[in-house]
Design a protein around this ligand. Structure first.
Ligand SMILES: NC(=O)c1ccc[n+]([C@@H]2O[C@H](COP(=O)([O-])OP(=O)(O)OC[C@H]3O[C@@H](n4cnc5c(N)ncnc54)[C@H](O)[C@@H]3O)[C@@H](O)[C@H]2O)c1
Length: 199
C-alpha cells in the first residue's frame, strides 16, 4: 500500500475511533451505567505514592474500599495512606515494594495475603517513562521500563508461582478486575516516550 494511502487510512481509523468514543461518552452521560459497589472490596493499587495512583486511592477511600497501597517510594506511599484515612478509609495499608522485582512482589503479596486478605481489585498503575530521546536512552532504563511497565503485570497476575500470584491466591474469590494504566501510547506515541510506547 502506498505511504499516503496508509497514512490516510490511519487518520480515518483515528477519527472513527474518536467519534465512536465521543458518542459512547454522550450516551453513557445521558443513561449512566449502574456502578459497581466497591465498599468493603480489597483494592491493591501499585504506584500509589503519587499521581494517578494517589488520586485513585483517595477515590476508592471515599467509596469505602479497603486499600492496599504499594510503591517503591515509602514516604510518598505513607503520605497517600494517611490522606486515604483522612478521606474516610477505615482500613488502609501501605507496603514498600519494587514491582519490577519478581521476588519482592511475591514476598509482599504473601504478606498482604496474611495481614489483609485476598485482593479483589488489582490496579497495576506503577509505571515509569524514560523521558529521553530514542537514541539517548541507556540500556538500564530500557530494562527498568520493561521490568516495571510490562513484567510487573505478569508477576502481579499470572505467574505460575501459585502461592504468590494474585489470580491463584484469590481462590475461592475470583478476581473481579485487573486494570493496567501504562501503555495507551502504543497507538499514539508522543516525543520522548518512544521506548515506553514499544511496550
Ligand atoms: N499521567 C499521564 O498522563 C499518563 C498517561 C498515560 C499513562 N500513564 C500511566 O499511568 C501510571 C501513573 O502515572 P502517573 O502520571 O501518576 O505517574 P507518577 O510518576 O506520578 O506515579 C508513578 C508511581 O509509581 C511508582 N513507581 C515507579 N516505579 C515503581 C516500582 N518499580 N515499584 C513500585 N512503584 C513504582 C512511583 O514511585 C510513583 O509513585 C503510569 O503507569 C503511567 O505510565 C500516565
Amino acid at each position: 500500500m502506498a505511504p499516503n494511502v496508509k497514512s490516510a487510512k490511519k487518520v480515518f481509523v483515528f477519527l472513527g475511533k474518536s467519534v465512536f468514543s465521543l458518542l459512547e461518552t454522550m450516551i453513557f452521560t445521558l443513561i449512566p451505567k449502574p456502578r459497581k459497589n466497591v465498599a468493603g472490596e480489597i483494592v491493591l493499587i501499585t504506584g500509589a505514592g503519587s499521581g494517578l495512583g494517589r488520586l485513585l486511592a483517595l477515590k476508592f477511600a471515599r467509596l469505602g474500599a479497603v486499600l492496599v497501597l504499594w510503591d517503591i517510594n515509602k514516604e510518598g506511599n505513607e503520605e497517600t495512606c494517611n490522606m486515604a484515612r483522612d478521606a474516610g478509609a477505615t482500613r488502609a495499608y501501605a507496603y514498600t515494594c519494587d514491582c519490577g522485582r519478581k521476588e519482592e512482589v511475591y514476598r509482599v503479596a504473601d504478606q498482604v495475603k496474611k495481614e489483609v486478605g485476598d485482593i479483589s481489585i488489582l490496579i497495576n498503575n506503577a509505571g515509569i517513562v524514560t523521558g529521553k530521546r530514542f537514541l539517548d536512552c541507556p540500556d538500564e532504563l530500557i530494562e527498568k521500563a520493561f521490568d516495571v511497565n510490562f513484567k510487573a503485570h505478569l508477576w502481579n497476575t499470572s505467574s505460575p508461582k501459585a502461592h504468590c500470584s494474585f489470580l491463584y491466591l484469590l481462590s475461592p474469590n475470583p478476581i473481579s478486575k485487573v486494570k493496567v494504566l501504562c501503555g495507551p501510547q502504543t497507538q499514539y506515541p508522543s516525543p520522548r516516550s518512544n521506548r515506553y510506547s514499544l511496550l
